[in-house]
Design a protein around this ligand. Structure first.
Ligand SMILES: Cc1cc2nc3c(=O)[nH]c(=O)nc-3n(C[C@H](O)[C@H](O)[C@H](O)COP(=O)(O)OP(=O)(O)OC[C@H]3O[C@@H](n4cnc5c(N)ncnc54)[C@H](O)[C@@H]3O)c2cc1C
Length: 380
């Protein structure tokens, strides 16, 4: 058992922290206020290799491991939840399934552009009637000659309206229920594919969350991702990795809130003392730090299992459940430590509280995580 980060992990942590502090943190408030996708930061992440951390050099990746990606996500979320979710959707939701299930031809065609930041990627699973029950997807894909014809609608898709490359699910054999779903790669500009509105969200502003419409959208047969009718199994695999990404994001948001709270507690004087002297504040800080440490360990352990090629569905669900509830509590306490100033937009903890709220919802709500964990415990 080794609880040390490797030299490579430490290097990634330090490099990404420096990048995040210098180039993202000064922009985080403006991104939140303007709700504009930070295209320049996205491009910079491509240049720095952050979009390609866990992928092979042959596709333009950095040949790191998944833990490295999670470390980067934590460091970025520490200063901006928005940039973290953009990175998450690009790498763990779009590139991961292409990398895992794609043919060599598909990987060579799509990954280099996605990893360099030249192309934006998205993953379209959720539909108006198929959220937690993602198997209830109604989008249909019918084979006609040498094409698939897609009809249907997706909702809440991160990066959706901007994406150049989208991995989407559709029913190919409705009689077979969850065994009749397949995944496809759709390119921006394909006739019949049209992004709809971007949602107005409470947080993670600047990250687009979009509707997608498919109306007789014709894509080549070769754009089937993985095997026909295995889309349900595939997205469960994708979501395991995605849950670790969102867990790391939650840890980063919690750590960011803790760092802001500690700095503020040192500065703010009441009753002739910095509030950091008061036991009530110190206890909140101690609890935050303890929970964050435990949360981070759960992410690392689940990621380590992934690296070993072991099953980690339960551990990913546990990490997601715990980390996202820790981030809720940490951001709550960070606002409490800021008092009234924590409730106004001048202080980052207000944004962090709004941003972290998504973590308990996206990539499977925390109720669904409890369900997954209980199923494993009861051996079902
Ligand atoms: C900002 C944002 C970004 C997103 N990005 C993406 C993306 O990139 N790609 C994508 O495909 N999706 C994305 N989503 C969708 C997200 O994954 C879904 O919102 C989520 O899975 C929940 O689905 P739902 O919203 O339909 O809620 P519902 O499934 O309708 O759930 C409503 C409530 O019922 C509970 N519930 C449902 N079923 C059960 C059950 N069996 N037992 C107990 N409780 C249950 C839920 O936990 C929740 O509390 C995003 C959502 C948001 C808000």
């Amino acid at each position: 058992m080794d609880f040390q980060l490797t030299e490579e992990h430490l290097l990634i942590k330090n490099t990404v922290r420096e990048f995040a502090e210098k180039e993202i943190a000064p922009r985080a408030e403006e991104i939140d206020a303007t709700d504009q996708f930070p295209a320049d930061i996205f491009k910079r992440m491509g240049e720095l290799g952050l979009l390609g951390i866990p992928f092979e050099e042959a596709y333009g990746g950095a040949h790191g491991d998944y833990i490295s990606l999670l470390i980067a996500l934590e460091e970025i979320a520490r200063v901006s939840g928005t940039v973290a979710i953009i990175l998450d959707a690009q790498t763990s939701l779009c590139c991961e399934p292409i990398h895992h299930f794609g043919t060599e031809e598909q990987k060579m065609k799509y990954l280099p552009g996605l990893l360099s930041g030249e192309k934006i990627g998205a993953f379209g699973l959720t539909e108006p009637g198929a959220g937690s029950d993602a198997g209830a997807t109604r989008t249909r894909a019918v084979r006609e000659g040498d094409e698939w014809v897609l009809n249907g609608e997706k909702i809440f898709i991160t990066n959706g309206s901007l994406a150049d490359v989208l991995v989407v699910t559709a029913k190919t054999d409705p009689e077979k229920g969850t065994h009749g779903i397949s995944a496809f790669i759709v390119e921006k500009g394909t006739p019949g594919f049209q992004p709809g509105r971007d949602e107005k969200k409470m947080g993670l502003k600047g990250s687009v969350t979009s509707q997608l419409f498919f109306e007789n959208c014709r894509i080549p047969l070769g754009n089937l991702l993985g095997k026909e009718n295995e889309g349900f199994k595939q997205f469960l695999v994708t979501l395991d990795a995605g849950r670790l990404a969102i867990s790391a994001m939650a840890v980063g948001l919690a750590q960011g809130a803790l760092d802001k709270a500690v700095a503020y507690a040192r500065e703010r004087v009441q009753f002739d003392h910095p509030i950091a002297d008061f036991e009530a504040i110190r206890w909140m800080v101690a609890e935050m730090a303890t929970e964050i440490e435990a949360a981070r360990m759960m992410v690392y352990r689940a990621a380590w299992l992934k690296e070993q090629g072991a099953r980690y569905t339960k551990e990913a669900a546990m990490a997601k459940l715990f980390c996202t509830e820790v981030s809720e509590r940490a951001c709550y306490k960070a606002i409490q430590i800021h008092g009234g100033y924590g409730y106004v937009r001048d202080y980052a903890v207000e944004r962090m509280y709004r941003d972290q709220r998504l973590c308990a919802i996206g990539e499977g709500t925390n109720e669904i995580q409890r369900l997954v964990i209980a199923r494993h415990i009861f051996g079902e």
